[in-house]
Ligand binder design. Structure first.
Ligand code: ADE
Length: 250
């Protein structure tokens, strides 16, 4: 059973590549995929690039060509929920496309053809990710020194759209509009909801873990690249390795 680990940017999973045994690179759909073994588990590491279409193409290739039996996304996101701070970790419970709007034909955010706005992540994989994220955050406090002593792990709704949210007004609006419709959003990014949809279409379990790189506010364009360059890969490395280790011990 091949596990796929998907990220948008190389920095979001670069720490993992060094741990791969028997790595083999395969070119497909204009991307480079790396197959190998991690903790005795066959895995394929993939980089989608940024945005929902790029993510959907990559997820489709993972299922169709690489036979991925599950996809786990690891990367960064902007914190939108109150109390979701830079350095925190969000494990997605479900996903919504915040730029989907086929109203008045369908309710705002509803996915035409799916009769709902939110797509759930796999509960079993998400429970393991939550454990791995919790262990990572506690050890970060202790010794791998990521400078976020108050980092917390959250579990809830993550939203995706083809927009880098970089203004406090926009982020507040997003949170308030979604809240008014009963959706309490924790974080925003640009790929996960597309991967969730592809995985639903193929019946492949999907889960996602996102480290908060910025607050999707007026400082996001500064905070995001700094976090991605300095911190993101170490979080991904620790969390994904702990996650795969838990699965291999089952
Ligand atoms: N990924 C990380 N930060 C983000 C932001 N502010 N908007 C969209 N995607 C992001």
């Amino acid at each position: 059973m091949t596990f796929a680990i998907l990220s948008a940017l190389p920095e979001e999973q670069s720490g993992l590549v060094a741990h791969l045994q028997h790595p083999e690179q395969v070119a497909r759909a204009g991307r480079t995929f790396t197959r190998g073994m991690l903790h005795g588990q066959p895995v394929v590491l993939a980089l989608s690039g940024i945005g929902k279409v790029a993510a959907a193409t990559t997820a489709t290739a993972l299922v169709e060509h690489f036979g991925a039996a599950a996809i786990v996304f690891t990367g960064v996101a902007g914190g939108v929920g109150e109390g979701v701070q830079v350095g925190d970790v969000v494990v997605a419970q479900d996903y919504l496309q915040h730029d989907m709007d086929a109203s008045p034909l369908f309710a705002r955010w509803e996915l035409p053809g799916y009769a709902r706005a939110r797509l759930a992540c796999d509960a079993h994989l998400s429970a393991h990710l939550l454990e791995a994220a919790g262990a990572c955050v506690s050890s970060a406090r202790g010794h791998f020194d990521l400078n976020y002593p108050a980092a917390r792990v959250h579990h809830g709704l993550v939203v995706s759209g083809d927009r880098f949210v970089s203004a406090a007004r926009e982020s507040d609006r997003l949170r308030q509009d979604l809240r008014a419709a009963g959706h309490e959003v924790l974080a925003v990014e640009m790929e996960g909801a597309a991967v969730a949809q592809v995985c639903l279409d193929y019946g492949v379990p999907f889960a996602a873990v996102r480290t908060i790189s910025d607050r999707a506010d007026d400082a996001a364009h500064v905070d995001f690249p700094l976090f991605v360059q300095t911190v993101a890969s170490r979080y991904a490395e620790h969390m994904v390795l702990a996650f795969l280790q838990k699965l291999s011990n089952l």
